[in-house]
Design a protein around this ligand. Structure first.
Ligand SMILES: CC(C)(COP(=O)(O)OP(=O)(O)OC[C@H]1O[C@@H](n2cnc3c(N)ncnc32)[C@H](O)[C@@H]1OP(=O)(O)O)[C@@H](O)C(=O)NCCC(=O)NCCS
Length: 167
């Protein structure tokens, strides 16, 4: 894994109560609602623990997670500027924290259109563990109409791809 954070100087800190309005705003902006559909569940990410990445006092990234048995589920991850190492430092922080939380693995799901995320996770050691065919189509119909029909690269958003990293 590239050691970009040693040169880019991001500061990571846990989400605090005072950050909640900002977290809600980021989730609304990035995911259309504070509730996100991931790993087969609709989850309110605005109340979850997580990490904030800052650079020179400004927020540049956000990650939220929750425990599910012996798995640490990565619920949301957003870098405000892509390709600058922000996602990497957030994932590294989560992986370092995982054993102390009693996690044996980190799980994450991405959508079939998100080829950047699919590359990002696999380059950071995650393995594909499953495809939930049409999960997003069903989630749009049953839980979250805000899920766009068309995603990155004009690919219709239909499926969830599950990935895991052993920690
Ligand atoms: C997916 C996402 C979190 C990745 O975060 P990111 O900050 O762009 O990721 P990084 O910059 O750490 O890594 C991306 C690439 O940039 C490269 N990179 C990192 N720092 C760099 C630097 N300083 N200079 C040049 N390249 C750099 C990395 O090596 C990496 O390449 P690799 O995948 O071939 O190893 C981000 O693109 C994002 O917010 N996407 C939108 C939301 C989303 O889809 N979230 C995931 C939902 S499941």
């Amino acid at each position: 894994m590239a050691d970009w954070h040693t040169v880019t100087q991001y500061t990571l800190r846990p989400i605090e109560p005072a950050d909640r309005p900002m977290v809600e705003q980021v989730l609304l902006q990035m995911w259309g609602a504070v509730k996100v559909y991931t790993l087969g569940n609709l989850v309110d990410a605005s109340v979850l623990p997580g990490w904030i990445a800052e650079q020179s006092g400004s927020v540049v990234g956000l990650l939220t997670y929750r425990m599910s048995g012996s798995s640490l589920d990565l619920v949301t991850i957003n870098a405000y500027r892509s390709g600058a190492g922000i996602g990497t430092v957030l994932i590294e922080k989560l992986a370092a924290q995982a054993p102390a939380l009693g996690a044996k693995r980190i799980r994450v799901a991405t959508t079939n259109d998100n080829t950047d995320a699919l590359r990002f996770y696999q380059r950071r050691g995650f393995h594909l563990t499953g495809v939930r065919a049409d999960a997003m189509t069903k989630a749009r119909r049953r839980h979250k109409p805000e899920i766009p029909e068309i995603g990155n690269h004009r690919i219709p958003i239909r499926d969830e791809l599950d990935l895991e990293l052993a920690v």
